[in-house]
Design a protein around this ligand. Structure first.
Ligand SMILES: [Zn+2]
Length: 146
């Protein structure tokens, strides 16, 4: 069994995700989670939206060049010395939680990192479905306050 990954979601990140999901509905949208790792915890300080021009009600794809631009811009703006990519988020306007493909893609992405990556799915009911993966394996998440 794998141990839960403690996660802190800052208010700013939650707000950005909720506002972007609301604007985009009934289409999906998504983006990057920015923050840092603090010993075993993942701190999500901020989220940025990366618009997929081809998004539908059931699909949002991270366009790598747009994602890189968004990441560079956010890091320059936020100016936090530890700030970096800690995962992805996207919205599900349809009534479904993180899909098997969502979980597979964050597991695959996590193989390139020593620390856990997160996936946040903003569900149709406004709940944030938070998943973690570390070195290719799924982990449960324990949400803690900063
Ligand atoms: Zn999804």
């Amino acid at each position: 069994m794998t141990s839960p990954v403690p996660v802190v979601i800052h208010h700013d990140a939650r707000h950005t995700i909720t506002a972007a999901a609301g604007r985009a509905a009934p289409l999906e949208t998504g983006g990057l989670l920015l923050g840092w790792w603090d010993s075993d915890r993942v701190i999500v300080r901020s989220a940025v939206e990366v618009v997929d021009p081809a998004a539908s009600g059931t699909s949002w794809i991270r366009r790598e060049n747009l994602a890189q631009q968004a990441l560079d811009r956010a890091i320059a703006t936020l100016g936090h010395p530890w700030m970096g990519y800690v995962g992805d988020w996207h919205s599900h306007p349809a009534a479904c939680e993180a899909s098997p493909q969502d979980i597979r893609s964050i597991r695959n992405a996590s193989r390139a990192y020593a620390q856990p990556l997160l996936l946040i799915v903003h569900r149709y009911d406004g709940v944030l479905d938070i998943r973690a993966a570390r070195r290719g394996r799924s982990h449960t998440v324990l949400e803690v306050t900063g």
